[in-house]
Design a binder for this molecule. Sequence first.
Ligand SMILES: Cc1cc2nc3c(=O)[nH]c(=O)nc-3n(C[C@H](O)[C@H](O)[C@H](O)COP(=O)(O)OP(=O)(O)OC[C@H]3O[C@@H](n4cnc5c(N)ncnc54)[C@H](O)[C@@H]3O)c2cc1C
Ligand SMILES: *[C@@H]1O[C@H](CO)[C@@H](O)[C@H](O)[C@H]1NC(C)=O
Length: 481
Amino acid sequence: MIALILLCTATRALALQPSDAAWVQRGTPGYEKLLEKNWVGNVEFGSAKAIVPASLEELESAVRGARAPVRVVGRGHSFTPVAECAGGTLLSLARLNRVLDFRAPMADRLGSITIEGGCTYTEVIQHLGERGALRNLPSCPQFTVAGAIATGTHGSGIHIQNLAADVSMLEFMLPNGTTVSYDRERTPELIEGVRVHLGCLGVVTKLTLDVVPYFEVAAYRYDDVPLETAIESLPDVFKTCDSLSIWTSGFGTGPGAGLAWMTYRHFHPHWSSHAVPKHVPPAFGTPQLAKMERYLTDPADPKFFSPTTRGPWSTTLALTIDDELEETSMKALDLQSEFFVPLEHAQDAVRAVAEVASGWSFSSPHSSVGTPVKGIVDAFEFRCVKGDGSWISPHPVDSLGVHTSFNADPALLEEAKDAVAAIEAALRPFGVRAHWGKLSSAAAHQIETSKLERFRALCDAHDPDGVFRNEHVRRVLWGKD
Ligand SMILES: Cc1cc2nc3c(=O)[nH]c(=O)nc-3n(C[C@H](O)[C@H](O)[C@H](O)COP(=O)(O)OP(=O)(O)OC[C@H]3O[C@@H](n4cnc5c(N)ncnc54)[C@H](O)[C@@H]3O)c2cc1C
Ligand SMILES: *[C@@H]1O[C@H](CO)[C@@H](O)[C@H](O)[C@H]1NC(C)=O
């Protein structure tokens, strides 16, 4: 263990550059609040003890003596009780957030970045600067990498798998303090299987991500696209660019009724041969140049960006980071659900959701002018994710993600829960599967039996006494009420 720490320290020193000052400060800002409840506040973790170790040795002794259930909280952005640990121990790796090693990508080989388990995407982005890039990003780089991959977090792109697919090495600390690691060369099948882990395999202490050459993203946003036109274009429209998101704030009545806004993104140069070389403007108009408020920023201090632009991969793919690569405030809150259906059902699935949502109240869309209207639903977003082989992946095949942002006003919580159940029911005929980090019923976590059994067997091998299992994972992965 001491040798390992020395090695880490040495590689860290090597990796340090003058421009890295921003992340040298230890401890992800704001983590203290996340020791009690999640970001949106709908889940109390309820631990008897919360521990924020500052070294691997401290982590090891914390894990060894820990009272069960033991869970790790990343950045607390899941909406499900994945980090709940009533009466047990909550660990935060907010101070174990260093970059341990960085290898720049070359013309003929991928680069890599090795980080500690508490490192966030923002910290990865800041470290990379213009020296490299990740293949994709989630909406918010605030998430820890370990926490994001645990729930199968994804960006958008029909040729791009979820973020866990970028992990080439993953190390877990087991209840007795020893570590086990998997990597693409030695254990290709296992690492593929365990990248989406829901915190059940121990503490992720270290992981390595692929780094592709730095790229820019040309983004084109089209406002006020007739919703029916957008639906008709599914699922083919996803093939016309590298990453697409379709938003709508109007399946019902109100300011956004019947309209969508679509953001097409093209990668220049592309990190794979799937490049879509040129943006062909769709039949429904010209890209909008207007500035748009970044996602979830403080209403009193909004941060804007231009959704029709060409810019660095990091600030163009993610919605909560500014041009200086600093996180923007996430003071506005939303409650989210997201369901996946195989891509071939995209049109029928969206129509089915439109039908159940037709009577709901919607907030006014971002693009509207005048007094904002608040409804139960802020917006729906449709994205694509390429299927992957993780044993508990929520999108084992190429899928459409049907995401809903609900108004997080606690007074509307019950109504939002009913709406989540209605969306899930509407998507059931299409083989619905739920995001591990977002609201759904336990029944929506459909995992193929043989894969689920393999995952459970590995959980038993890592953690024979089930120390890392809370009530929620026992319900969704072991079927226990
Ligand atoms: C505003 C917002 C936007 C979002 N956008 C997207 C999006 O674009 N795409 C998408 O797919 N999802 C999205 N999500 C969902 C989000 O990506 C996931 O909930 C993600 O897991 C959050 O990461 P986190 O670091 O906050 O992890 P947490 O929620 O804290 O933890 C998630 C899981 O990981 C485990 N865990 C965390 N760290 C470790 C560790 N070191 N070792 C072992 N287990 C660990 C936890 O125990 C838990 O089971 C969004 C959520 C919010 C709030
Ligand atoms: C630690 O636990 C794992 C999983 O149960 C086990 O395989 C390993 O032998 C244990 N190591 C020690 C040193 O006890």
